[in-house]
Design a protein around this ligand. Structure first.
Ligand code: NDP
Length: 246
């Protein structure tokens, strides 16, 4: 990210951008920022009232009317993703970006005690869902002049660490998926990159580090410049790369 990067107000105007986990934390902040820079945002998440409150906030701020798409990745199957593609096709006819942000922390414990069903759930939500969602939506992304996909990694996905279990493995998988996809789509108008947000003041961070003073951390708003940079055309030539927001 260029130091002192300042997006222009029109950065995302007329773009249709899907944000997963848009109801809370970093995803909420990204949805609000993308809308502020002109995007029509599709708010995907599992808790309807949180999505509705983000929706209201975008409307109150004068942003383009967003859309709400409730979906729980835990139980979602191929048909759900196909239905989503049909709905977005009917509503918008194309898609210009996806922020793969939804994620679950799971248990923090040694692998010898880690429950297999928690492992499966984490892999489903953090790695399989981004794959299935992207696969289903490629036809809509292909209709964009310039599409950007952002995946979300973590420092424990880049180098495993004690007690991070399936979360670490699933984040490694998500960033590797990004690279495979970027390579396969190299000569298309669809590009893919990933962001490791770094320690950020959210509910997930507080669950992982209960003893930490949250006021020592950056807020989601403070890490938005990288999200805007990668979602918009200022980074048009960049694909297949892993970024750190901090
Ligand atoms: P939050 O827990 O605050 O938000 C996560 C969002 O994902 C929530 O909106 C949540 O929905 C949604 N979500 C979780 N599970 C599902 C599911 N099964 N189906 C659909 N949506 C789901 O986390 P953060 O904002 O902190 O994290 C955002 C991303 O950044 C995650 O991928 C995380 O792993 C990553 N990250 C965060 C760091 C940090 O310090 N905060 C550091 C490194 C990486 P609901 O609101 O209903 O719970």
């Amino acid at each position: 990210l260029p130091a002192d990067y300042r997006p222009t107000g029109q950065l995302l105007s007329d773009r249709i951008i899907l944000v997963t986990g848009a109801g809370d934390g970093i995803g909420r902040s990204a949805a609000l920022s993308f809308a502020q820079y002109g995007a029509t945002v599709v708010l995907l998440g599992r808790t309807l009232h949180k999505l509705e409150s983000v929706y209201d906030e975008i409307e109150a701020g004068g942003g383009p009317q967003p859309a709400i798409y409730p979906l729980n990745f835990e139980g979602a199957a191929e048909k759900d993703y196909r239905d989503m593609c049909d709905t977005l096709d009917r509503e918008f006819g194309r898609l210009d970006g996806i922020l793969h942000n939804a994620g679950e922390l799971g248990d923090r414990m040694p692998l010898r005690d880690y429950a297999a069903d928690t492992w499966s759930r984490l892999m489903q939500v953090n790695a399989t869902a981004p794959f299935m969602l992207t696969q289903a939506l490629i036809p809509l992304l292909e209709r964009s002049e310039s599409a950007s996909l952002i995946f979300t990694g973590s420092s424990v996905g880049r180098q495993g660490r004690a007690y991070w279990g399936a979360y670490a493995a699933s984040k490694a998988a998500q960033e590797n998926l990004m690279e495979t996809l970027a390579d396969e789509l190299e000569n298309t108008r669809i590009r893919c990159n990933s962001i490791n947000p770094g320690a950020t003041r959210t509910a997930m961070r507080a669950a992982a580090y209960p003893a930490e003073d949250p006021t020592t951390l950056l807020s989601p708003e403070q890490i938005m410049p990288l999200y805007l940079y990668l979602m918009g055309d200022d980074s048009k030539e960049i694909t297949g790369r892993r970024f750190n927001a901090q």
